[in-house]
Unconditional design. Structure first.
Length: 375
């Protein structure tokens, strides 16, 4: 499938570095409203550049638009691409406003196009191995899940010096304004929704604990740097998700079942080890067996990504899944309705200060199939 990349910022390097792992995807060019950024990527990866978005949309060879613009531009760019009869794979979120995200999904469906949203880590070996262990009832009936998405005391880090492989700066102002929940909650929200089905309610708390993130600069949006949510799924499972850019880095996941716990240490590593421990009840105490069972990760369907940074993720696996769904005429695992549901979950947590403590979900999605190599 031929694709064009719109948005040539920090994250674009991660996609361009992993697209060669999927030879069925062909990059026709990159584009950015800042010509210097598109020029830098064009030179770094030897791909053409488009002068403007209109040139991308008018290019009949382009079948898929990879929307890597800043989150507040996602709606406008994705809508334009859909109206130009292009499939769209968008960085998270689909849109910063739920009504706009819904509009995009309905537009895609009305035109017979696919619209999917990052993250795609659900398609990774760790997420698929955890899912198989859940299907095999490795820890019995699941009762509660603890998911952590803490990235350390980012406001105290030298974030102004962070650069991508090509030398593109980390967009710290935009990241602080959009907020850590919208940026990062989806990594676990997508896993939980795929495994346990649609969520029913979200009870959340969000706050700004570090108001002076940018000395001598003014943030245009006051977004939470800490959030915690309890999510009730229709299946009966309850999950607690914590997001922050304050607490020590912790991307761990613990799934508690009747007979034990299932764990992994890092959702940003597609091959993070998965293990389980049996639960022992001795008199009035519940203990975990010190012996751990390691669940074998499947052989990687693609070579390991060579990306620089805190994550070890194949960012292009999402666009590849969308392209495969079009080619095979089947539902996309990251379907429009699934992406919309994850978008609603993230916004419900992000907007907890405005929406109130408990939010009732309005969206749903059809069950998702595991990857064939994980079965």
């Amino acid at each position: 499938m031929n694709l064009a990349m719109v948005g040539s910022g920090f994250v674009a390097d991660y996609y361009l570095a992993t697209l060669p792992l999927h030879p069925e995807l062909r990059v026709l060019g990159v584009m950015d409203k800042r010509v210097d950024r598109a020029e830098l990527l064009s030179c770094s990866y030897g791909v053409p550049k488009y002068p403007a978005l209109s040139d991308v949309l008018q290019d009949k060879r382009v079948e898929l638009v990879l929307n890597l613009t800043d989150p507040r531009s996602h709606f406008e760019v994705s809508k334009a691409a859909l109206l130009a009869s292009k499939h769209v794979y968008s960085e998270k979120p689909l849109a910063m406003v739920m009504s706009q995200a819904t509009e995009l999904v309905e537009l895609a469906e009305s035109r017979g196009l696919l619209l999917a949203s990052a993250p795609c880590s659900l398609l990774g070996e760790t997420a698929q191995t955890l899912w198989k262990a859940l299907r095999d009832r490795a820890v019995g009936t699941v009762r509660v899940v603890y998911a952590e998405m803490d990235d350390g005391m980012v406001p105290r880090m030298p974030y102004r010096k962070w650069e991508s492989v090509s030398g593109l700066p980390w967009p710290y102002k935009d990241e602080f304004e959009v907020g850590c929940t919208v940026e990062h909650a989806g990594y676990y929200l997508s896993w939980l929704a795929a495994w346990f089905g649609p969520a029913v309610t979200v009870t959340s708390f969000a706050s700004v604990q570090f108001p002076d993130k940018l000395p001598n600069e003014t943030l245009d949006m006051d977004s939470p740097d800490f959030s915690v949510a309890c999510i009730q799924f229709a299946s009966g499972v309850v999950a607690r998700l914590t997001c922050s850019i304050l607490a020590p880095r912790d991307h761990s996941l613990t799934i508690v079942g009747d007979s034990g716990v299932l764990c992994t240490g890092d959702s940003w590593n597609y091959r993070s080890p998965v293990y389980s421990r049996r639960m022992l009840t001795i008199r009035r105490r519940t203990l975990l067996n010190p012996l751990r069972k390691h669940h074998r990760l499947p052989s990687a369907p693609h070579k390991a990504p060579k990306t620089k940074g805190a994550q070890s993720m194949d960012f292009a696996r999402g666009p590849a899944e969308l392209a495969a769904a079009v080619r095979e005429n089947r539902p996309c695992r990251l379907s429009p309705r699934f992406s919309l549901h994850v978008n609603e979950l993230a916004l419900a947590i992000h907007l907890a200060r405005d929406l109130g403590a408990t939010y009732r979900m309005t969206t749903t999605f059809d069950p998702i199939e595991p990857m064939p190599w994980s079965k």
